[in-house]
Design a protein around this ligand. Sequence first.
Ligand code: CA
Length: 416
Amino acid sequence: MLGTLREEKVFKDPVHKYVHVTSPVIWALINTREFQRLRRIRQLGTSFYTFHGAEHSRFSHSLGVYEVARRIIAQFERNRYPGWPREEGLLALAAALLHDLGHGPFSHSVESVFNVSHEDWTCRIIEGDTEVGRILAAVDPAFPRKVAQVIAKTYPETVVVNLISGQMDADRMDYLLRDAYFTGVNYGAFDLERILRVIRPHGGHIVVKESGMHAVEHYLMSRYQMYWQVYFHPVTRSSEIILRKIFQRAKELFAAGYRFAFLLDPLPKLFRGELAVEDFLRIDEPLMQTVMMRWTEEADPVLADLSARFVYRRLFKYTAVAGPDDPAVERMRERLAKRGLDPDYYTEVDYPTDKFYDMYKPGHPGTKSPILLLTEKGDVVEISEKSLVVSSISAGSQQQGTHYLYYPEEMTEEAV
Ligand code: CA
């Protein structure tokens, strides 16, 4: 299966124009059940309730990450940069393609209720008895483990890991452009071609030559815009909060022995925390949406009401508060209780954090490898030391952010 396809396969893509596949291994991976499943998982979860165009799937994003990685590697090889291990090309491409394989429906909201992580599922699928696992093992019995290590960031060849997950990796470069395109947020765009020309492998990392600094500033500006305009959008947060509360309620009802009028396999296993890989692969967004549609008619009033609010987009409203201890929060909880609505299910104080979408904060604990500039003299420096734009954005990111109290629309009149 190694080598090249007799005829190159090409996917038409709105962001990269074309995605080129010449490796039979990559082509076979795309055609597996597990990869095709990603067509049924949206890239941006519930963001389509805020930006109606944001219906793009993890399938299209994953092809895009593969394509960006392919172009980066092609550029490294064309220039014969010494820091790039040529023999790792297929490994890097496979990891780029498969890095999101373990995302479930509405990933971030659902993951937090069930304590599962998409990284773990990705590795279990890759190393498991799956179509993907068998194709990888046919390359070399050690290959599935290597792909999983690159995705889990434990692979010893750090430049390969950096290509898939770093501050300027193929994953981010695709999702920023793709999410900007599908939400219609134009200032999220940046010049990918220029970035590709100024990056290179150096000392186990991917660095930027100093003359390319302005292209990176533009990239970080667009990233900043996407966080505040799209990823942290309070309406999207509202839909995520309701979704989380629906599954919290369902999980609690299940544990209490409630008899659901409607429940689809394998949700009982999800509630019990006993999902096997083959069960996990059967849970996708169409299944979840069908279930929530039917739950609008459940006997439990909380589950039925929250499901209807989600399905019919009657999202919670929000108002800025000082924090979780703001007296307005307790007042709202009391008013809800008076109306017979359980405050634990009908309010939430939310603060946008970088838990899922980390912003660029050099020196901040937990920040991934910084963006490094390679100076004319051959020194390596962190970009915010040279760029006023980057140091301002990263300082701004640490201050910005508002606590919002979320509550049902009908409480608006009585709101704070
Ligand atoms: Ca991704």
